[in-house]
Design a protein around this ligand. Sequence first.
Ligand code: PSU
Ligand code: MN
Length: 299
Amino acid sequence: MLLHPEVAEALDAGRPVVALESTIISHGLPRPDNLRIAREIEDAVRAGGAVPATVAVVDGQARIGLDDAALDRVASDPDVDKVSVRDIAVVAARGGVGATTVASTAHLAARAGIRVFATGGLGGVHRGARDTWDESADLTTLSRTPVLVVCAGVKSILDVGATLERLETLNVGVLGYRTDRFPGFYLRDSGHGLFWTAETPGQVADVLRQQDALNSAGYGLVLANPIGIADELDHELHDRTLHAGLAAAHQAGVTGKDVTPFLLDFFHRETHGASLAANVALVLGNARLAAEVAAAYAS
Ligand code: PSU
Ligand code: MN
């Protein structure tokens, strides 16, 4: 692993660092806006008082913190692969370029000693998983990776109830940030309730410290931060696009790791940018909150 000098220095000094994933840049956001948005996400981490560490595999090397050239590669290179934990070694061995998912970002961040990670939405149990067995490795990875993931819940393209059940089985705690409803990414409420909530970054940092003391198995934790009221997607537009997108994926025969990028792209095209605006707003909010938690944890 190659740590960016600024990240290495911050970690050595015990200063706050927030890991960021790169699949959101390469496969989750449309080009060419994705590069600008990637920089805005890093800026939001800085504004919250932490050093951003975007994770990716570049020319076969796992990198923690990207310089401008590397960020540009991830955003623009047509050959960039979506890389989960099981893919890291393969892409590294062949000298490839890979964008890391929540699972692989959490895995590499934990190896680097980073405790807090921000993203948009977590992967989860896909609808129809009863037949396809399609469950994101994000869930099992979090069950054995001591990282806090700050996200806006999961998209309703997934089976949200099943995802929450699996998180419970896998010993991954879920805290609602100033809400007792599990957020649905574009929507503030997925329709599912949460048991635990936190009101301040300091309260979340307290949970991390208790985990460090008590949780030797290294389970992960999810901080579910809903999109802002003003940024929420129109409910009717959301439901309509969701149903059309699921039907289109089925019809196109999309399976495996292509399902999530297909549906994200469908949303961005069909809502004429409304879902993209919501997506950007919620990611920036998560980056900011993650930085505040990391700062509280470091102090
Ligand atoms: N959900 C989103 N945006 C995303 C992803 C999920 O709202 O960009 C990405 C993340 O990188 C996540 C991955 O880890 O998709 C999950 O993919 P899969 O379902 O193939 O595990
Ligand atoms: Mn999958």
